[in-house]
Design a binder for this molecule. Structure first.
Ligand SMILES: NC(=O)c1ccc[n+]([C@@H]2O[C@H](COP(=O)([O-])OP(=O)(O)OC[C@H]3O[C@@H](n4cnc5c(N)ncnc54)[C@H](OP(=O)(O)O)[C@@H]3O)[C@@H](O)[C@H]2O)c1
Length: 318
């Protein structure tokens, strides 16, 4: 089968489509034929070597954190799935590799795919959607009528957080690039502000801030109401270790006010996302669909900025 891999850190051009053995599903695992998978910001940082001090996974490494497709076969002990089931899911924590013809994953990383979405559309959602869902429900426990700020609103996670915030009854302000302001309002934001001309001091107060950028967290934390919660999902890549430590200390000092987590969804959380998608409360947002060998271009574009939602790789298009 084909799999996108890299064997050294570097620019997008280190990515290659390699021929590799098709994995066999082990105990409790499901082999999924991947129809489509998305490219995420996290894997771009790993590929560039920004996370090299955080993880020591061996080369070659894969890319792609989520997928939509069909069950090809199941390993011993798997009762819930059978060949032919339409599924979507998330790769095991910190293990990329979904941009491939097949993946073998623990059955807990899967849910039934939404019946109303094609695999190509569905593939934009599992990582972004479960991250936004955990941020707004488990972590922030957002209530109807609360004021939500999404910082980094037009990317993968932000474009779902805006929709979900509205579905959960919040008043949503989006911070986004100038060319995307009307576009993000079209996705449901009550107002949109240009992040290049609007600093934290220009903003009002928010009950919940979902931060997808990782810089100036103290200044954004200062914009919270008395009971406000900041969910910090990103780190400042220009000073990664300091940023991780700083955000960790911030959360340890004020655990009710500052939350951080690394997305590692349960099967129940993925199934919850299926229900939101089927209800139409969360719609996939796809910037561009590319074939497997377009992954280099997708990484280049994601690094250049300006994404609207997700880049999706169509495994069945050549
Ligand atoms: N903790 C977790 O479990 C978890 C899970 C998923 C993602 N993440 C992290 O969260 C971050 C976002 O992920 P993603 O997939 O949504 O990334 P993405 O698709 O690349 O989106 C990032 C967004 O941030 C915007 N942005 C950049 N600088 C900004 C600034 N100064 N102010 C406001 N917005 C700004 C970008 O807008 P322009 O392109 O227009 O500049 C873009 O819309 C990444 O760092 C990712 O690693 C964490």
């Amino acid at each position: 089968m084909r799999a996108v891999q890299y064997d050294r850190f570097g620019p997008p051009e280190v990515l290659r489509v390699n021929e590799v053995p098709t994995p066999r599903p082990g105990l409790g695992e499901v082999l999924v034929e991947v129809y489509a998978a998305s490219v995420d910001a996290g894997e771009v940082a790993f590929r560039a070597g920004e996370m090299r001090r955080i993880t020591r996974a061996a080369f070659p490494r894969g890319v792609g954190g989520d997928f939509a497709g069909r069950v090809a076969s199941v390993g011993a002990g798997v009762q819930a799935w059978q060949a032919g089931d339409a599924v979507w899911g998330v790769m095991p924590h910190f293990a990329f590799g979904a941009i491939a013809d097949f993946v073998a994953v623990p059955e807990q990383r899967l849910a039934g795919a939404p019946g109303n979405l094609s695999p190509l559309k569905a593939a934009a959602l599992p990582v972004s959607g479960t991250t936004a869902l955990t941020a707004l429900t488990d972590k922030a426990r957002i209530e109807p009528g609360e004021r939500l700020l999404v910082r980094g609103a037009t990317g993968g996670v932000g474009s779902v957080a805006v929709q979900l915030g509205k579905a959960l009854g919040a008043d949503v302000t989006a911070l986004a690039g100038a060319r995307n302001l009307d576009w993000i309002k079209g996705l449901g934001a009550d107002r949109a502000l240009d992040y290049r001309t609007t600093g934290p001091a220009d903003l009002g107060r928010f009950d919940v801030i979902v931060d997808l950028v990782g810089t100036d967290l103290g200044a954004y934390q200062a914009r919270l109401t008395r009971q406000g919660r900041l969910v910090a999902l990103a780190f400042d890549s220009s000073r990664l270790v300091r940023s991780i430590l700083g955000t960790g200390l911030r959360a340890a000092a004020r655990p009710r006010r500052v939350k951080l987590f690394s997305n590692n969804p349960s099967a129940d959380r993925i199934a919850e996302l299926t229900r939101y998608a089927e209800a139409g409360d969360v719609r996939p947002v796809i910037d561009t669909v590319l074939p497997m060998d377009g992954v280099v271009e997708a990484h280049r574009r994601l690094e250049a900025g300006g994404v609207r939602g997700k880049y999706v790789i169509d495994m069945r298009r050549s």
